[in-house]
Write a protein that binds this ligand. Structure first.
Ligand SMILES: [Zn+2]
Length: 467
């Protein structure tokens, strides 16, 4: 019988990852337990080797060390790739043919947070898989063994793989903002080999994030990049979240291109070599994206929000491209199908470098719809899913035209509005989109009344952003 028994704080085992506040809800003992339980599952599945990487947060090395100890105690061999962006760890799993991977990362969360993203084999490990680690730890249902730890530097191999898909074209001037996040480790090895001129901001990996918060879905975090693009006369600017799995971009005029706008450009590009292919986007994406996929000869598929869910759907359908409003974008036409924002940046450069048009001109030619950003507002955890169900039931009885893939996305002659419950926070998420301002106002008031009937007031100062 094993001595090992461990209980996690109730808040840390989440839908897509494990995440907590270091020293409060997340400790080294949790990291060790994750290693031990996950290692046990890998072994029971016939695996032997797990790759481990970690972001630049101050608490990451210690958590990574404890996690590796847990893995070897379960009999697993660990390949430690050191500080890396999350996609570099995903790459390690493919490249080293590991049986799983664990990235220690707090993504874009405040500096005192940290967490774990896991891969079992080549697939993401989420939802009930994560809950299972909790129940195994509580029961002490783990194996014992003695694996070994090997350090490996895969940066050169990783950079070579990303650069393999770069197409020659006109020389570009590009500003890159790694936001003191983990992409800082790999950015030089990649952009140093690109034609053109490249300016890197906030390259030094620093878990206190001194320049700005590393979340490119919040406009104020892109201000420094916008200024650099304008000051240097760059063709475009690219930004990353703290662990490099989400991308943000600005054109040469310093204007943001949101995830769904970028996806239009990538979809057109991918469909040139994959006519008729299915391209997946989440329920928050603009109607313009789905329409443009059709116009470019593709088959659009709207799917649930959540990078693990999108990745799983993509693998199921063999789709060559998928993405989310949040900036998680997955290429599987010539790449592995995981969300690597640095790779996405290179794919954007390919498009601009091989067009006579600037990114700004491409942006101006996109269908011009008016929409709200992603609106997020707090709602009691135990009420959030019920509210969405109530709204859905009332709309159904009123014969509204709706999609219930994830929450409720209602179509009206003015456009559409969305209401869904966040899987990860006590938050409701909404978005509205119309062809014009008057239509948008009507949609917002439809959304308000739908919420009011469930006793929820849509706050006037709802914040935009990503969890
Ligand atoms: Zn991230």
């Amino acid at each position: 019988m094993n001595e090992f028994v461990h209980r996690f704080d109730a808040t840390v085992l989440r839908e897509y990852d494990i995440r907590g506040i270091v020293g409060a809800t997340l400790h080294s003992a949790d990291a060790r337990a994750i290693g031990r339980t996950f290692g046990t599952l890998v072994r029971r599945g016939g695996g032997k080797k797990v790759a481990v990487g970690y972001d630049g947060r101050l608490s990451s090395p210690e958590l990574a060390k404890a996690c590796a100890e847990g893995l070897v105690a379960s009999g697993i061999d660990v390949v430690d790739i050191g500080v890396a962006a999350t996609p570099m760890l995903y790459f390690a799993v493919w490249h080293l043919d590991a049986d799983g991977g664990i990235q220690i990362t707090g993504s874009h969360n405040p500096p005192d947070y940290n967490g774990f993203k896991l891969m079992m084999g080549k697939k993401s490990f989420f939802g009930p898989d994560i809950q299972k680690l909790g129940s195994m730890a509580a029961k002490g249902d783990v194996d014992s063994g003695s694996g070994k730890i090997e350090r490996k530097n895969i940066l050169a191999d990783y950079a070579r793989r990303l650069l393999k898909d770069v197409k020659p074209g006109r020389k570009l001037k590009v500003a890159w903002d790694t936001g003191n996040g983990a992409v800082g480790v790999s950015i030089r090895a990649v952009v140093g080999k690109l034609p053109g001129e490249h300016f890197v901001l906030n390259e030094k990996v620093d878990g206190t994030f001194p320049a700005h918060h590393p979340d490119p879905t919040v406009p104020k975090n892109l201000e420094q990049l916008m200024n650099e693009v304008k000051r240097r006369g760059c063709d475009l600017g690219i930004a990353f979240d703290g662990d490099g799995d989400r991308i943000g971009a600005v054109d040469g005029k310093g204007r943001i291109l949101w995830g769904d706008q970028l996806l239009i450009l990538w979809a057109r590009d991918v469909l040139k070599t994959r006519p008729g292919a299915t391209i997946i986007a989440d329920v928050k994406a603009s109607q313009a994206l789905f329409d443009e996929i059709v116009r470019a000869g593709g088959t659009p598929l709207m799917w649930k929000t959540g990078h693990s869910l999108i990745k799983a759907k993509m693998a199921e359908l063999g789709a060559p491209l998928a993405g989310e409003m949040s900036g998680h974008v997955f290429f599987a036409d010539t790449f592995y199908g995981f969300d690597d924002a640095l790779y996405c940046g290179l794919r954007l450069l390919n498009i601009v470098a091989n067009s006579e048009e600037s990114l700004a001109a491409m942006r101006d030619k996109l269908p011009q719809l008016v929409n709200t950003p992603e609106l997020r507002f707090e709602c009691a955890e135990e009420r959030k899913f019920k509210i969405v169900e109530e709204v859905k039931a009332r709309l159904r009885s009123a014969n509204a035209k709706l999609s219930d893939i994830d929450g409720v996305r209602v179509s009206t002659p003015d456009g559409w509005w969305l209401l869904r419950a966040s899987n990860t926070q006590a938050v409701l998420v909404a978005r509205c989109e119309s062809a014009n301002e008057a239509g948008l106002e009507r949609l917002k008031s439809d959304l308000k009344s739908a919420l009011a009937a469930s006793g929820v007031a849509l706050p006037d100062d709802v914040s935009a952003g990503h969890s």
